[in-house]
Write a protein that binds this ligand. Structure first.
Ligand SMILES: [Zn+2]
Length: 424
């Protein structure tokens, strides 16, 4: 312990110890040394007594959020065309918007606004889709790196079944992706990830080429897996040799060289589940998107009992809210609906499980973030102003209320690696 390098924060401290258990320390201190959690104390030990304390009073200090599925270029479209289903929503609204990112100036303006809103809503770790455009996507990645945010960012690949203005030539797509991987290979916090949009818009040659890049650059993959019945069946029509949607990516060699992030995972077969577990991948639930443009509810408690790692995604702009706290509340709501209509194996989840997905489990993708055990990076939020004069709330209840009824204004401070973050 080196008290001279230490910062102390006081308040109510809360994090997920496991999927079902929250660690709660009321009126306590968290000691942070060189940006990393040293310990939590109800009473300060003697050597720390003289250190200055940042006091948050009745506020609750929680780990910052992780969003494992979000489309930065769709930010201008949030809350629009929500009465469509996926196919029409993509073709009539999303693809025309994504085409605008060939204009770097448009891209810079949106990506600045997107990144600021992400941070203001307490998401300091994210797994993000760009577009097919390397320059625009590079700007997004550089912006996140400059802010020190933990991120994986992908230049999207799509070389078929897409509108002509957004459809790449296979060779160009591979060449530009390789240049993107090379350019950002040395990044510290925001790194590239392969991002084939989904199987129906990728040729066999494209996926095989991406598989070779995965091996050469030791990089993982993010994509949409069994997100709708249409996508799940179209993928297997396009790749008749594959055992399942996940099997398409295994066959291409895309699952064994880095993180595997499977967005939605609503209609998995046993083979999809087996493969996701085999490669230690994440199933990312995007609750708002599920009820906006995709009709289906992830079986999150069933998947958890199968040993699948679960995280949350805002899925801007299939989802309309960028705050992962709103998605955590929605995940609880949807698990109840799932259980009501299909009780078999679909127990509703509780607040601890939703909090675990939003912080600790999602955070695992980025290293030791998302909890406050010794050695975890102090990426933290302070939540306050959710209480009224009618009831006294416990720290857990304050966060529960924040998830359901809070706004970004309730995030009164943020820390990234122990340093204060501007939430404006
Ligand atoms: Zn998506």
């Amino acid at each position: 312990m080196h008290p001279e390098n230490m910062h102390l924060f006081h308040g109510n401290i809360l994090y997920a110890r496991s999927r079902h258990e929250l660690a709660v320390y009321e009126n306590s201190y968290i000691a942070v040394e060189d940006g990393v959690v040293e310990g939590i104390y109800e009473t300060l030990p003697e050597p720390m007594l003289s250190l200055p304390v940042r006091d948050f009073g009745e506020g609750v200090i929680i780990p910052a959020f992780s969003d494992l599925h979000v489309h930065a270029p769709q930010y201008p479209q949030r809350g629009l065309a929500m009465d469509c289903l996926l196919y029409d929503w993509l073709n009539d609204y999303t693809f025309p918007l994504e085409a605008k990112y060939k204009d770097p100036e448009f891209a810079r303006a949106v990506y600045d606004a997107f990144t600021n809103d992400l941070v203001a809503n307490g998401t300091f770790h994210a797994c993000i889709f760009g577009t097919i455009h390397p320059e625009a996507t590079g700007y997004l990645l550089e912006t996140l790196e400059k802010k020190g945010l933990s991120a994986y960012v992908g230049k999207v690949n799509m070389d078929k079944a897409s509108p002509a203005y957004l459809c790449e030539k296979t060779a160009d797509s591979l060449q530009e992706t390789e240049a993107f991987l090379e350019k950002y290979a040395g990044n510290k916090t925001a790194r590239p990830l392969l991002t084939p949009r989904f199987a129906p818009t990728c040729s066999k040659e494209l996926l095989a080429g991406l598989g070779r890049l995965a091996a050469k650059y030791e990089v993982g993959v993010q994509t949409h897996i069994v997100e709708s019945k249409w996508e799940a069946s179209q993928a297997l029509l396009d790749f008749p040799d594959a055992s399942s949607d996940m099997g398409i990516y295994e066959k291409a060699g895309l699952l064994e060289h880095g993180p595997v992030v499977a967005a939605h995972f609503i209609f998995p077969t046993e083979e999809d589940i087996r493969l996701l577990k085999k490669y230690n991948g994440y199933a990312v639930q995007c609750p708002d998107a599920t009820v906006n443009v995709i009709a289906g509810i992830m079986r999150n408690s069933f998947l958890a009992t199968q040993g699948v790692r679960l995280a949350l995604g805002s899925d801007i702009a299939g989802g309309h809210s960028i705050g992962i706290y709103t998605q955590a509340a929605r995940a609880i709501q949807l698990s109840k609906l799932k259980w009501f209509y299909e009780p078999e194996g679909n127990n509703p989840i509780g607040f601890p499980e939703a909090f675990h997905m939003a912080t600790r489990q999602g955070g695992e993708l980025f290293g030791r973030v998302g909890a406050f055990e010794k050695g975890y990076r102090f990426d933290a939020l302070v939540i306050d102003g959710v209480e009224d004069s009618f009831l006294t709330l416990t720290p857990e209840q304050k966060i529960e209320r924040f998830f359901y009824a809070g706004t970004k204004d309730n995030i009164v401070a943020g820390y990234l690696g122990g340093e204060p973050v501007s939430l404006q």
